[in-house]
Design a protein around this ligand. Structure first.
Ligand SMILES: [Zn+2]
Length: 180
């Protein structure tokens, strides 16, 4: 009977550090409304419009006051594996109680070393994310300006309609009055 021995990079139950995605660090206070959820737009004629902030709105919902500045953000997290598995030449470790999962390549015994791994991964995504963030904010701010222009136009049109209808009604009333 043939037997093969594979050595695993870390032991079960060992105290490790994981360069882990951190969902909390992916969000920051909205830099358009600064968390107030409202934006005041002042037009050239001094007319003010208070709008729901579109920059921190998710989909078509209400503004949240926070924006996702990073899709990827890694911070060192303590990791004590309870399971190890192998697929191809990669080792995966997991923790029963939390369901957390880590590739061996993102684990280390040293916290400082883990921080370096996190910094490298964060830097790798930073430039691309900055561009995405700016483009996203610019487009959402443009939407707000567009919305004010659009709704002002609709209001002017409605006011013109009301004036026209009043005038029309006035004529009808005049007609009734003039009848014997
Ligand atoms: Zn906002």
């Amino acid at each position: 009977m043939n037997q093969a021995t594979i050595s695993i990079p870390f032991a079960i139950g060992e105290n490790l550090w994981h360069a882990a995605p951190d969902p909390d660090a992916q969000w920051e206070v909205c830099d358009t409304c600064f968390g107030t959820l409202k934006v005041t737009m002042v037009l050239g004629n001094g007319e003010k419009h208070v709008l729901n902030c579109a920059a921190c709105r998710l989909g078509y919902g209400q503004p949240s006051g926070r924006i996702q500045t990073h899709r990827y953000r890694y911070t060192p997290k303590e990791f004590i594996p309870t399971n190890v598995s192998m697929s191809g030449d990669e080792f995966h470790y997991s923790r029963d109680e939390s369901g957390q999962f880590a590739y061996a390549t993102t684990l280390t015994r040293d916290r400082a070393e883990c921080q370096v791994m996190c910094d490298e991964m964060n830097a790798k995504h930073a430039a691309e994310e900055h561009g995405r963030c700016v483009a996203n904010r610019t487009s959402k701010r443009r939407d707000m300006v567009w919305a004010v222009g659009y709704w002002r136009g609709q209001l002017r049109k409605a006011e013109a309609d009301v004036a026209r209808l009043r005038e029309h009604l006035g004529i009808v009333i005049e007609h009734k009055k003039s009848k014997p």
